[in-house]
Design a protein around this ligand. Structure first.
Ligand code: UFG
Length: 329
């Protein structure tokens, strides 16, 4: 049994990890400022909740002084690519600044193991697909750059202070806990799958397809959708590896399978049995054409493999969540 501090644990991905840790018997403390997270996402999880902001070093010190942790996982971040272009200072302050405060507090208090939420956005427009971790990161927006900055900072802290970390580069997270109790709830919602399901529920008239002239088989963007519970599994495996003395690592987390926007809409039509009207729209600025992971590194290093390889199943779990919680938490 280990003791975890989960920063940003009330958010979409963090709350699924919290649940998985508690279910296997670990002790979990969640620190979250609830700016985008939801108390309801962890209320019945068995984790202890502490309201607070990762950017406030004094609060972090108090927390580390009154409780011991074996590992810290850091999910708290601003994560909208488009918004990062118009508010770069907010993104660097919250993402880079928050990570620095947290790493400082860990160093002062002798906590060495760190699991970090990174992103496929560090790759920018990749020159080769599927993308391997050895592909040179060239982020094309402030969000991706802020995450890449933290990855580099982690490498520096590992050398200087003996920090041990796992940086997990998520591709497109989707789906929800199959129990239907927790799921995705952003405001405003900008992600494809929840928006498509809101159309299926009749909450939106249609889905705009951002660009139909991309260099892809059907002209729409291709992404690698990975189930949030599979992401959670990977966090547990990565933390266990650090606890066992494993060295610092960077892993892609994706299904190794690309789906176009039109394919996502078609699947959602099949799963929901509802009509989902679409409208062709201009490209969204900052979108790469195709992001598909190679996840062979984490498969061979940690034995991770996705339980939800079928994208239809991923959408089914998301549909259950949205149907049962049409207005979110
Ligand atoms: N899309 C539409 N219409 C919409 C919304 C999205 O066509 O109304 C398209 C987008 O253009 C994109 C695809 O659907 O091609 C997926 O878009 P999302 O907004 O769901 O996800 P992104 O790929 O933009 O970004 C997500 C995370 C980022 C992360 C990135 C890494 O939000 O944090 O995956 O792949 F960096």
């Amino acid at each position: 049994m280990s003791r975890y501090l989960i920063v940003g644990g009330a958010g979409y991905i963090g709350s699924h990890v919290v649940r998985a840790l508690v279910e296997r018997g670990d002790t979990v403390v969640v620190l979250d400022n609830l700016s985008t997270g939801h108390l309801e996402a962890i209320a019945t999880s068995g984790a202890r909740f502490i309201p607070g902001d990762v950017c406030e070093g004094n609060g972090l010190d108090r927390l580390f002084r009154c409780q011991e942790f074996d590992c810290v996982m850091h999910f708290a971040a601003s994560s909208l690519v488009g918004e990062s272009v118009t508010k770069p200072l907010d993104y660097y302050a919250n993402n880079a600044g928050g990570a620095i405060r947290l790493l400082e507090a860990m160093q002062r208090n002798g906590v060495d193991n760190f699991v970090f939420s990174s992103t496929a956005a560090v790759y920018g427009e990749p020159s080769r697909v599927p993308i391997e971790e050895s592909c040179t990161p060239q982020p094309t927006n402030p969000y991706g750059r802020s995450k890449r900055f933290i990855e580099q900072l982690l490498g520096d802290c590992a050398k200087a202070y003996g920090l041990r970390y796992a940086a997990l580069r998520y591709f497109n997270a989707g789906g929800a806990c199959p129990s239907g109790e927790i799921g995705e709830d952003h405001s405003p919602e900008t992600h494809l799958i929840p928006l498509v399901l809101q159309v299926a529920l009749g909450q939106r008239e249609r889905i705009d397809i951002y660009g139909t002239d991309w260099p892809t088989p059907d002209g729409t963007c291709v992404r690698d959708y990975v189930h949030v519970c599979d992401l959670a599994d990977a966090h547990l495996l990565a933390a266990d590896r650090l606890a066992a003395g494993g060295e610092s690592v960077v892993f892609n987390l994706g299904n190794e399978r690309g789906l176009s926007v039109r394919e996502v809409v078609d699947l959602a039509r099949r799963v929901t049995g509802r009509e989902i009207p679409v409208r062709d729209a201009p490209r969204r600025s900052g979108d790469p054409a195709r992001l598909v992971a190679s996840s062979s590194r984490i498969r061979s290093a940690l034995g991770w493999s996705p339980r939800f390889e079928d994208p239809g199943e991923l959408i089914e779990t998301a549909w259950r969540w949205h149907r049962e919680h049409p207005h979110g938490y």
